[in-house]
Write a protein of this length. Structure first.
Length: 720
């Protein structure tokens, strides 16, 4: 399609329609009533609906086709709609939440999962997914940490790029769907962890730590980007010219489409930076926002703004052209359904191959936080009790699970029963997962089952809709009821492993002290129960590593391993420091309960012989950092080897350590492997005190190990 010619034939209203996105529900004949109902409240009339260029929130190939037919018939140039959807961690087959996927430290796995989601979504008519989310997640109170790979810029960037590759492919496969990185920028740092709250970050912190993961997705070729709801320095991201124009378009060379978040234009009025919707449009267009999601202010007010000379026709044309270009790249003008097909939905959704991948992802992203030796349980056990509010809970797929359904999810109980067909597997819920619950109606039964069992699987945690958008929490502990249940069950049977379900790091110091083993499954998706059973009984070997720190206490948030130095560090950050004018808490340690990068296996891996190929490097040279890792255990396993760097003296304070590279090794029992990382001067660059992105000569510490806390170290110098 010659889209430039098409553009030249379009009316202004048609162009503005392409810059509007509405809910698919408004397009369906049977929903016409909505136009005078909810649609009218949003100032959405028949015209807007006829000319709208894209939709979100629809459910199936059949609905997509019907909507596409109706829309194209009404659109004067028969321009097809773009169908967008939040395909965040799976479509119908759901894999673990992105925070868990971060814990897999496995880019191939992430790419494979994204590919699977793209396929399932594409056959249901999805053209674009609003994923990946690259907001640095350092405050577990914020409910949306579940959507981010975690707290580290390097890890997030690598996982983000893998998501983009998985969704988008090379653009030639019919199942490729464009990705949309979000929420640009720094939505993960809201004041006090409260969703939609303001963000205050220096330009240095923004560029050094918060922007790199979005940038990694842009460099991976992501086709769309979504500005965040929040303000930074008082400027809403949707109206942030510095972000959307200077950084994104000019510095990073982004050529794709910018789409606002849901109703964000109108929220500028609520932020108090625009007097009304018309002013909001002026701000958004001049900042560089192309599509307005779920409101029609651009459609209604752009003409007046053009007449007043406050926005230009060039801006409208350029934005419209970007949208048409995306449609053209997808081949929608020739084939408006693309690969939407009811038959293919039946073939692909929840097919055995997809379930197997979802199970593997759940296994590889689970983190064994603690194990005094009770795990793995023997498969020869005769009597097992599966107890707790998540024992037979199917709501473990997590928030933002696309078209995923609880009824498709395998519970822990079902997983254990399938794995141990000859064992007697008893169960009771004990109590509910409600926040703040105090009552444990089945306490007696739970204690009885626990004392009679050979082993207990105690399933505790946070319900799937207690994290995610709008679900910030000030307390991150398990409810009093869950803790009462835990104490009683652990008292009744020491051969107990806790299985946690959670969308964020929880505050569990007491549980961690009294439970002999804790396996964190996060919200593992469709195959969660099978994965948990296989991990607990040794058919799978845990290999996930935390991508986000577990605080001792909510009062430590935000907490992350790569913090800056302080002038008054505590002598031992792992202990409560009673006295002194130092950077401490009087009641909890400075360090988290479980650190970034931590995660156990049924094997022990030893690290030895850290050697550097040189003591000094210069720009253009490579430094090889070698280490030997040995599997001292009796099973095959995977170990994520992590490399951190500390810049000892620089023109601005640098983090105590920063992850620069990692590799996930596969090792047979008794096998050892030499791992070689390569460091160059480019890896040592940062935003210096003058604002330049550069390295500074001096001494660096390089650390390699199994977590951010258990590391071998050596030093080298950079000379320039
Ligand atoms: C609001 C959320 O912030 C965003 O992540 C999502 O993509 C849109 N709604 C569309 O559902």
């Amino acid at each position: 399609m010659d889209i430039k010619k098409l553009l030249s034939e379009m009316t202004l209203a048609e162009k503005l329609g392409q810059l509007t996105q509405l809910n698919a529900v408004f397009f369906n004949a049977e929903n016409d009533a909505d136009i005078t109902g909810p649609a009218a409240k949003l100032h959405i009339g028949e015209d807007d609906i006829s000319l709208t260029g894209s939709v979100l929130n629809f459910t199936s190939a059949a609905l997509m086709k019907k909507t596409q037919d109706a829309a194209m018939a009404r659109q004067p140039h028969h321009i097809p709609l773009l169908f967008m959807q939040d395909v965040i961690h799976g479509f119908r087959t759901v894999y673990p939440i992105p925070l868990a996927m971060g814990c897999s430290f496995d880019e191939t796995l992430v790419e494979d999962c994204a590919r699977m989601a793209a396929k399932e979504a594409a056959v249901s008519g999805v053209h674009v997914t609003f994923s990946p989310m690259m907001d640095l997640a350092r405050d577990a109170r914020w409910g949306r940490v579940m959507e981010s790979p975690g707290e580290d810029p390097t890890l997030n960037g690598r996982v983000g790029a893998a998501f983009v590759r998985g969704y988008q492919g090379d653009g030639t496969d019919p199942y490729d769907i464009p990705a949309c990185v979000k929420h640009f920028a720094a939505y993960g740092a809201p004041e006090a962890g409260r969703d939609y709250a303001p963000v205050e970050l220096s330009e240095h912190t923004l560029r050094e730590y918060y922007l790199p993961a979005y940038r990694a997705c842009v460099d991976a070729g992501v086709k769309m980007i979504m500005p965040a709801f929040n303000t930074i320095g008082g400027v809403p991201c949707t109206a942030n010219r510095h972000l959307l124009d200077t950084i994104l378009r000019r510095e990073w060379g982004f050529k794709g489409v910018v789409i606002s978040d849901y109703h964000a234009h109108h929220e500028m009025v609520k932020h108090g930076v625009a007097e009304n919707d018309k002013e909001a449009v002026a701000l958004a267009v001049n900042a560089g926002c192309d599509i307005e999601m779920m409101s029609t202010a651009t459609y209604r007010f752009a003409k007046e703004l053009l007449d007043e000379g406050r926005i230009t026709m060039e801006q409208i044309d350029a934005a419209t052209l970007r949208v048409l270009e995306l449609k053209n790249q997808l081949g929608l003008f020739e084939n408006p359904y693309r690969v939407a097909s009811e038959k293919e939905e039946k073939r692909l959704h929840l097919c055995p191959e997809h379930r197997a991948l979802a199970r593997r992802a759940a296994e590889e992203s689970a983190v064994l936080l603690k194990n005094d030796g009770v795990l793995p349980f023997s498969k020869a056990l005769r009597k097992v009790a599966v107890i707790g509010p998540f024992a037979k809970e199917q709501g473990i797929k997590g928030n933002w699970a696309g078209n995923g359904r609880d009824e498709d999810c395998v519970t822990v109980l079902a997983g254990v029963r399938t794995l141990l067909p000859d064992a007697e597997v008893a169960t009771t819920r004990g109590c509910s997962w409600e926040l703040g619950e105090t009552k444990v109606p089945d306490l007696e039964e739970a204690v009885e089952l626990a004392s009679e069992a050979d082993a207990v699987v105690l399933c505790l945690g946070e319900y799937q809709h207690h994290s995610g958008e709008g679900n910030s929490r000030a307390t991150l502990t398990l409810s009093p009821a869950q803790m009462t249940l835990a104490r009683a069950v652990l008292d009744a049977n020491k051969n107990t492993a806790v299985v946690l379900f959670n969308g964020r790091p929880l505050v569990i110091p007491e549980l961690s002290a009294i439970a002999p083993a804790i396996l964190d499954m996060w919200q593992p998706g469709t195959e969660g129960g099978n994965a948990a059973a296989r991990l607990l009984f040794g058919d799978a070997n845990p290999c996930g590593k935390l991508s986000m720190s577990f605080p001792y206490h909510e009062g430590q948030c935000p907490i992350y391993y790569s913090h800056l130095h302080t002038g008054r560090p505590v002598a031992n950050p792992k202990e409560i420091t009673q006295t002194g004018y130092c950077s401490r808490y009087m009641d909890v340690p400075v360090d988290p309960l479980y650190v970034f990068g931590h995660g156990l296996s049924y094997n022990t891996y030893t690290y030895d012989n850290l050697t550097l190929s040189a003591d000094v490097i210069h720009p253009g040279e490579e430094l090889e950092v070698a280490v030997t890792v040995k599997n001292e255990g009796k099973r095959y396993g995977k170990e994520t080897v992590q490399l951190y760097i500390r810049d000892k003296v620089a023109s601005v304070a640098r983090p105590v350590k920063e992850l620069k590279d990692f590799v996930k090794l596969e090792l047979e029992a008794g096998e050892s492997a030499a791992v070689i990382f390569t460091i160059t001067e480019e890896d040592l660059r940062f935003h210096t005190v003058s604002g330049a992105f550069d390295s500074e000569a001096g001494e660096f510490e390089v650390m390699v190990g199994k977590s951010s806390d258990e590391l071998l170290a050596a030093t080298f110098r950079l000379e320039k």
